[in-house]
Design a protein around this ligand. Structure first.
Ligand code: FAD
Length: 477
């Protein structure tokens, strides 16, 4: 079968491109090596939809970030995911920092970030009472928002699938053979895909994939970020996302509001060499606690309920998004470090533009399903609505995850919408993501997953083959 477009990588970038291209009469496949989508960089980030501050003026990532912030709001309405516009504060503690803050404001304005202003100490006391009393002023950017990053990717992919895109998980790209102009044979762990256009959005492995096609002029290096999630009881720790002044390589350690209610502190920024190293460390924790407490002194180590690390795919200072003239039909989307989540919808538009310029006919479908129904999460809705839902379906009354208030019906719905693993269910529903880390609900969810997928409990995995949770005891039958 000949595809018009094959997209390699099912993170936020690949799923955004798939959804954007699904408007057109094209045969498209999205290939992802993992058991589920968004199990790469897109699962381990801060979930901030940045307004565009803290990007060099004239940078591609700055322009795409500002555009992405606007597009993400539209997408949230179409696809039904939660977008909360909470605003951000970049805080200055010294006169020297105030001067840098003014410069940041100018740069943000040059990029087109709307409605930024400098707010004084009195404003900060009134609007952000837990902020350090040493804060002098802050740059306020009201358009910063928060989302659940994996849910955005899942919703984009589901909608792309509804509009005809073939989503192939468990499909690792292993070789690319150009088979003439605008013709590729993509060898994968699940067979060969022939396509006219090929998009490389393989995140940390975009350089490995590029080399398969004969492009070797960039390297992706992982920059590790360790983050620490606090208990939901500290939900009201801050009203905004709080930043220090940025460093040369990152936005610094932040105090983050998240869309599900747990505040988060981090991330660190450490250049490493191993693309699989997702370990966290005591040193990372100590650094993040010290830096975060400079912003919000009341942060307590005992409130931390989970640790994780993500790896930013860095390939120079800016994103690399280009058609490879040496390999006609190949589009590279690499080095998508922060603000890649925010920029993803704008990256998708840019890629569509490149494909069009390179001869792909973008003819709109007569019927494009633009909208997707909002998934129900009991933790988001009032009790009166929950009661009504239980009357309609008793599964809503069967609470499997007590910490996060997730019902058996929500778990079943997540499986019906594509979850294949325990992590896939966690990311979609939050079941197992609370303070007890699944001590109460894991076995119950495993049973539901086994029932719904008609598998044995021994086949249920945390995140794909090799991460089975229960071993068969053959010796004892
Ligand atoms: C700690 C941290 C915090 C961040 N916070 C923010 C934030 O708040 N806001 C923001 O805007 N951005 C943030 N970012 C950046 C953002 O997370 C990334 O820019 C974005 O997730 C990159 O998405 P991607 O689709 O390019 O990569 P990925 O999500 O990694 O997707 C690439 C996919 O390609 C697949 N793949 C790789 N090789 C192959 C192959 N050979 N065959 C098939 N599939 C393959 C991978 O499995 C993966 O799923 C943060 C990043 C980190 C690390």
């Amino acid at each position: 079968m000949l595809y018009d477009v094959v997209i390699i990588g099912g993170g936020i970038v690949g799923t955004s491109i798939a959804r954007e291209l699904s408007r057109y009469n094209l045969r498209i496949a999205l290939l992802e090596k993992e058991t589920e989508l968004a199990f790469g960089v897109s699962k381990s980030n801060s979930g901030i939809i940045h307004p565009g501050t803290q990007n060099p003026p004239g940078s591609l990532k700055g322009c795409l970030c500002v555009q992405g912030n606007t597009l993400m709001r539209k997408l949230s309405k179409e696809l039904g995911f939660d977008f909360k516009e909470v605003g951000e504060l970049i805080v200055a503690f010294t006169e020297e920092e105030i001067a840098r803050l003014r410069q940041l404001k100018k740069e943000a304005e040059a990029l087109g970030v709307p409605r930024t202003r400098i707010v004084d100490g009195r404003w900060l006391k009134a609007h952000e009472p837990n902020l350090s009393g040493k804060a002098l002023v802050a740059l306020y950017a009201p358009t910063a928002g928060i989302v659940s990053p994996y849910r955005v990717a899942y919703d984009l992919a589901e909608n792309a699938g509804r509009n005809g895109v073939e989503i192939r998980t468990h499909t690792r790209v292993e070789g690319i053979a150009p088979a003439g102009l605008f013709q590729f044979e993509v060898a994968t762990s699940s067979g060969i895909f022939k396509t006219r256009y090929l998009i490389n959005s393989a995140g940390l492995h975009a350089d490995d994939v590029a080399r398969m096609a004969g492009i070797d002029d960039f390297t992706v290096r992982p920059r590790k970020g360790e983050e620490f999630l606090l208990d939901k009881k500290r939900h009201y720790l801050t009203n905004h996302v709080i930043f220090p002044l940025p460093t040369k390589i990152s936005k610094g350690v932040l105090v983050i509001k998240t869309s599900d209610g747990n505040p988060m502190i981090g991330p660190t920024a450490e250049d490493i060499s191993d693309k699989e190293d997702l370990s966290t460390s005591d040193a990372g924790l100590a650094k993040v606690l010290t830096e975060a407490r400079k912003l919000v002194p009341s942060i307590d180590e005992n409130d931390i309920i989970a640790y994780f690390a993500g790896l930013r795919p860095v390939a120079g200072d800016d994103f690399i998004i280009r058609h490879e003239d040496k390999v006609p039909g190949l589009v590279t989307v690499a080095g998508i470090q922060s603000p890649g989540l925010t920029s993803a919808p704008a990256i998708a538009l840019m890629v569509a533009g490149i494909l069009k310029k390179k001869g792909l006919a973008l003819k709109k479908k007569l019927l494009f399903h633009k909208k997707r129904k909002h998934a129900i999460h009991l933790f988001e809705i009032p009790l009166s609505r929950t009661k009504k839902l239980i009357k309609k379906d008793a599964g809503y009354g069967e609470i499997v995850c007590r910490c996060e208030m997730v019902s058996a019906k929500e778990v079943r719905d997540a499986i019906c919408h594509g979850a294949k693993t325990m992590d896939g269910i966690k990311f979609r529903t939050r079941a197992q993501a609370g303070r007890c880390h699944g001590s109460f609900c894991t076995t119950r969810i495993m049973k539901i997953l086994a029932e719904e997928t008609k598998k044995q409990v021994t086949e249920v995995t945390k995140r794909g083959r090799g991460s089975e949770l229960v071993k068969e005891d053959r010796a004892n039958g």
